[in-house]
Design a binder for this molecule. Structure first.
Ligand code: SF4
Length: 338
């Protein structure tokens, strides 16, 4: 199988108790069958505690959250009691892999890390000038694709690489680069780029539409609920929105760099989904909406604080990613699949 992943994949190390956030709160932890089986066999007091918290629904095991919406094994120091009682090797697949994700189609596997992890965000925005991708091979055989499926995969990966190159190598402004990406997609669809944009409904959405879309998702935390409340008020205030031009002018250089880099993340992560969704318009919609919302969230921080720096960019990308990217239903909404 061919493996492809960004260079920072190898540099990342979880900082555990020193993390400004925790990845063990806000979402239920899915427990893979092997780990569930093992947890059921652990003896002693800790084994009892494991069994008390493991739940099963239609054959799928998970740890439900506590009232404070934390993993039941996350202690007061934000450290994991499973790790400290029965060792790192006993963590379930979800906890071992996070913030990594794996996506394979045929003989190709794509690996990346989620911006919901703020340590990854720090590496991504402050220690990575240009994202380079590493390819390697292993002996694992992937599922056999039909010639048509294989052809689609090759075309999608080529288009993805072309769009990443636009975002990283062009000296155009970020909005111009987004125009170029949409034009490249239109050409690949055999459409006239100058006409296709007029049919893309997502380009006509305003901040009210987008904040309503966010409101249709279950909130992952009280922090998100509070922020969303602010975003909704902001989206409905022409007076506040009129300050966006000043925000964009004051932060022009940083915004171009941060937004282009964030676009690379979304293009690499999601364009391959075209092989499953069947129409790259869904991935283009996700790209446009995600970047518009992240920039809007950064604008909101600027209004609150009077200025923004890279730590705010790390924060809003993390917040967006945590709320949207780890729930298939939310991703489907952003892609306009439902
Ligand atoms: S969010 Fe990232 S750095 Fe923080 S505990 Fe989780 S994996 Fe580690």
């Amino acid at each position: 199988m061919i493996l492809e992943y960004p260079e920072y994949f190898e540099r990342f190390r979880c900082i555990g108790g020193a993390c400004p956030d925790t990845c063990c709160a806000g979402w239920e932890v899915d427990v893979d069958p092997d780990s569930a089986e093992y947890y059921k066999s652990v003896t002693g007091e800790f084994g009892e505690r494991l069994r008390k918290h493991i739940c099963e629904d239609e054959g799928e095991c998970y740890f439900p959250l506590t009232e404070k919406r934390r993993c039941p094994f996350l202690n007061d120091k934000n450290l994991c009691d499973i790790y400290s009682n029965i060792g790192e090797e006993s963590l379930c697949q979800t906890c071992t892999e996070y913030p990594r994700y794996f996506m394979d189609i045929g003989n190709y596997e794509q690996m990346d890390m989620s911006l919901s992890c703020m340590e990854l965000g720090r590496i991504f925005y402050t220690e990575t000038d240009k994202i380079t991708y590493i390819r390697s091979e292993n002996d694992v055989e992937g599922e056999v694709l039909s010639p048509e499926e294989q052809g689609t995969l090759i075309e999608v990966l080529a288009l993805r690489n072309q769009c990443i190159s636009v975002m990283q190598d062009s000296t155009d402004s970020f909005p111009q680069k987004m125009d170029t990406v949409r034009a490249l997609v239109s050409e690949a669809q055999g459409e006239d780029p100058s006409l296709k944009d007029s049919t893309r409904a997502f380009l006509k959405e305003d901040f009210n539409d987008l904040s309503l879309l966010l409101s249709s998702m279950d909130s992952i935390s009280p922090e998100w609920t509070e922020k969303l409340d602010f975003y909704r008020k902001l989206a409905g205030s022409p007076e506040e929105l009129s300050k966006m031009e000043t925000f964009a002018a004051d932060n022009a250089d940083h915004l171009d760099l941060w937004m282009s880099k964030t676009a690379v993340y979304f293009i690499f992560r999601y364009f391959i989904d075209t092989c499953i969704d069947g129409d790259i318009e869904h991935e283009l919609c996700l790209l446009h909406r995600s970047l518009t919302l992240i920039q809007f969230m950064l604008f909101a921080e600027w209004l609150i604080k009077g200025s923004v720096d890279v730590s705010d960019m790390i924060y809003v990308s993390h917040l967006f990613s945590k709320q949207v990217e780890h729930d298939d239903g939310n991703v489907a909404k952003i892609k306009n699949l439902c």
